[in-house]
Design a protein around this ligand. Structure first.
Ligand code: ZN
Length: 104
């Protein structure tokens, strides 16, 4: 993995991260893409898979703020990839208080 592709944990700034790629052919059959920090164990999502109903119910659109497993993200892009599947590209919200304070 090249330096430019390296993920930096938004929680603690560590580069010790493990990327889990979305891939339906992969051994884990992951539908989401994320990386896990080896220092603080934080999981940061990059792409999550959603149904059309979920996209509508959560009004997912670029620029919207969302929470994914307790952490705040901004939606970067919503891409329709199947009859009933959307890929939602997320960017961690660096103002998220959960990054520096324990979640309530
Ligand atoms: Zn970390």
């Amino acid at each position: 993995m090249s330096a430019s592709e390296q993920r930096i944990c938004p929680g603690c700034g560590s580069r010790q991260t493990v990327l889990v790629l979305r891939g339906l052919a992969g051994p884990t059959d992951e539908s989401d893409q994320y990386f896990r920090c080896l220092e603080c164990d934080r999981v940061t999502y990059e792409i999550v898979s959603r149904t059309e109903r979920e996209v509508r119910a959560s009004r997912l659109a670029p620029g919207r703020s969302v929470r994914e497993r307790g952490s705040a993200y901004t939606v970067r892009r919503v891409l329709k990839v199947g009859v009933n599947e959307y890929l939602v590209y997320l960017t961690p919200d660096l103002d998220d208080r959960a990054l520096s304070f324990a979640p309530r």
